[in-house]
Design a protein around this ligand. Structure first.
Ligand code: ATP
Ligand code: MG
Length: 390
């Protein structure tokens, strides 16, 4: 018997065309997520069912619980719509409950209104049946030790004991494509995760300064993308070497504007890459007020380097909230590995917190921007980062 897993998604807010697009994209992403475990995906009323070989049940469940758009997943027992079959399945499931958890309730949801019994009636009948067979069981609707849930669908009934929470949000692919500026820090992966949660397909762009920074910074970006791929599928990661640009900035521009000037170069490169690849927005891990480069004035001066829309999903979050999220989505451990970020190279002692656009532009006139950008683009390397198969 294959394992059967039920997927719930946030259907309530979705209407008309949006809803069918959401469902189609989610089905595609679910299929992709369980492909490695020979899983198949079937649409039933307001739910998806995934079937996979029993030996892959747990791995399949874990994967599905990370896919954006999924509200929760349950390992279910599927039966026919005969009341006798439902009772027998309930008995089997309840029989597996450990001795300490004998206080229960039954929760029934009836999507199929043609089913002859209303939901409370189903709960009552099945509950009574369990009490008959397990004399030490008792019912408590408010504070049960376990809940046996029954869903009556059109052709089958489904029983389950547990729900594992998914990330919710929208399936990746539904909101277009954007470029995530991915450093090796804590913030940008969280930012990418939140952008994907709103249905954006991401490509990643990581700037390094090899040989001034070691190759570990690139490996980190790859590992972070692999984590992010668990929720939304494979990620194309681009890497560009900034060493020559940094040398030039240091030689020709004041140190205290170094970070702003470097960020502006990053944005120009990101814009160029986005144009080539049809990416419609940039996503950064900037928050407000964290560091000198993240004051309102710095951000305003930085972003005039590009006409592109810049999304900053972390703007409203405190550092602690960002760190908690990073732990939850398992990017934290990767982000805190020691490495040298290209931005910490040649880091000014006292960066300007309120830069003036005019001054910044005056310094940029001393540089051959076009050539610097073209040369940096020559160093572009692209890898397709796939989700890990365990
Ligand atoms: P993070 O934790 O993401 O590094 P941060 O708090 O260190 O962020 P900054 O160093 O000011 O913030 O960087 C702001 C944003 O600029 C980053 O979140 C990221 O989106 C982008 N960025 C910075 N450095 C790089 C880099 N080396 N490669 C790609 N993007 C970068
Ligand atoms: Mg950083």
């Amino acid at each position: 018997m294959p394992a059967t897993i039920m997927i719930r998604y946030g259907e309530i807010a979705l209407k008309g065309k949006n809803r069918s697009q959401f469902e189609q994209q989610l089905q595609k992403n679910l299929k992709e997520a369980v492909k490695a475990y020979q899983g198949t995906v079937e649409k039933i009323q307001g739910r998806f069912l995934v079937r996979a070989p029993e030996e892959y049940r747990d791995l399949t469940m874990m994967r599905l619980s990370k896919v954006f758009g999924v509200v929760s997943v349950s390992s279910v027992k599927e039966t026919s719509l005969e009341m006798e079959a439902i009772k027998r399945a309930a008995l089997k499931m309840a029989g597996r409950i450990s001795k300490g958890e004998k206080v229960f309730r039954i929760a029934t949801r009836r999507a199929n209104k043609n089913f002859p019994y209303p939901s409370p009636e189903v709960s009552k009948i099945v509950g009574a049946y369990l009490l008959d067979h397990f004399p030490d069981f008792s019912v408590n609707l408010d504070r049960p030790n376990f809940t046996l849930s029954i869903e009556i669908s059109y052709n089958k009934a489904y029983l389950y004991l547990e729900r594992i929470k998914g990330p919710g949000g929208l399936p990746v692919g539904i909101s277009g494509k954007a470029l995530l500026l991915l450093s090796g820090g804590i913030d940008s992966p969280v930012s990418g995760w939140l952008a994907m949660k709103r249905g954006l397909t991401l490509e990643g762009l990581h700037f390094h300064s090899f040989p001034f920074t070691s190759q570990r910074s690139q490996q980190k970006a790859i590992d972070l993308c692999r984590k992010l791929a668990e929720g939304g599928g494979n990620i194309c990661l681009h890497m560009i070497n900034m060493a020559e640009i940094q040398k030039e900035l240091r030689a020709k521009c004041p140190e205290d504007l170094g970070i702003i000037l470097l960020r502006r170069m990053m944005l120009r490169l990101a814009e160029k890459l986005s144009a080539d690849r049809g990416l419609k927005a940039l996503v950064t891990g900037e928050s407000l007020g964290q560091v000198a480069s993240q004051t309102l004035e710095s951000m305003a001066v930085t972003e005039t380097a590009t006409d592109m829309l810049i999304l900053r999903p972390l703007l409203g979050m405190d550092k602690k909230e960002i760190v908690d999220k990073a732990v939850q989505i398992e990017t934290y451990e990767i982000s805190i590995r020691p490495y040298e970020d290209c931005c910490t190279l040649f880091l000014p002692q006292n960066p300007v917190t309120k830069p003036k656009l005019e001054a910044v532009e005056n310094h940029e006139r001393k540089l051959d921007l076009k050539q610097l950008i073209n040369e940096a683009l020559q160093t572009l390397e692209t890898v397709l980062v796939k989700r890990q198969t365990s």
